[in-house]
Ligand binder design. Sequence first.
Ligand SMILES: Nc1ncnc2c1ncn2[C@@H]1O[C@H](COP(=O)(O)OP(=O)(O)OP(=O)(O)O)[C@@H](O)[C@H]1O
Length: 331
Amino acid sequence: MVAIEVEGLEKRYVTYLRRGLRRERSVIHALRGISFSVMKGEVFGLLGPNGAGKTTTVKILSTLLLPDSGKAFLLGYDVVKEPEEVRKRIGVSLSVERGFFWKLTGRENLIYFGMLYGLDGNELRERVNYLLKLVGLDELNSSDKLYEEYSTGMKARLSIARALLIDPDVLILDEPTLGLDPASSRMIRELLIRLAHDEGKTVLITTHNMFEAEIVCDRVAIINDGRIIAIDTIDNLKGIVGGDLSIELSILPSARISLDNLRPHFSDLNAELTLNGDDIKLKVLTKPSERDEVTQELLLRLQKLGCSVKRVEVREPNLEDVFIELTRGRS
Ligand SMILES: Nc1ncnc2c1ncn2[C@@H]1O[C@H](COP(=O)(O)OP(=O)(O)OP(=O)(O)O)[C@@H](O)[C@H]1O
């Protein structure tokens, strides 16, 4: 079942730039007609560089911003024509700190927002207790600490708890782990996967973080300059860069060895030779089935040339390789 459907969304911002004493009108095309759909129970990532249009997209889906053209539906409800129906079914965290009361505790903040959503009494207390536990803020020194004393990680967890107050079917999170340490990031990533795969919620996140997208997202859309340039599973996207492995060797510097000396000996393997600090880095792309054979061949040739190898690394293509490949020459 489709949970989020986006068809040809366009958004332009009009800004005024100062040119001396004059103000010059400038139009920024934040979205140039993007389309995608997200299935129920899926973790879907919008991935792209700064200014690509990710936040604009999630603001439109959260009914906080109107598109110039195009359509978007959440669980069948039109975000422009039926915003109330959409808001009843979504939990949103766009900026971790936005809207919380600094002089209230984390628990009090959740109770306050719960009351705004129409919850009260036992139902509200139980929901807040459940959510504080879910996001790991249930210890007394977390839940009953003033919000202003919360660390960034605690604020991020509370923000997700607030987004979950009405037990929404769809969660929309802008950069949910931005600025968090590895332990907090991992906790939030595991929570998002659990919410989608165990509870059937649909989770839409934005991120710059390729590593995060690889771990969390079932599928991603890569956005660049207001356009979607690829949508697929991570594995299929990796196929775009050929599915080749990269074998990288660090060669110790020596007076006799230079990039120019080495190049002719590896040109038949399309090797890339670059300086990496003082070391020389030799990189060759190869099919997974030829990995051992090619590694041995490289080591043998380097040994014959009198080179000392410091390190050998074999790396699978990751989303970063895909992103660089797809955006090459586009921006
Ligand atoms: N309120 C605004 N007024 C004018 N321009 C805006 C406004 N909001 C966003 N933009 C511009 O629209 C484009 C898309 O911005 P958006 O915030 O959607 O990108 P993003 O992918 O979320 O970027 P980031 O990763 O930096 O958050 C950018 O060029 C941005 O400068």
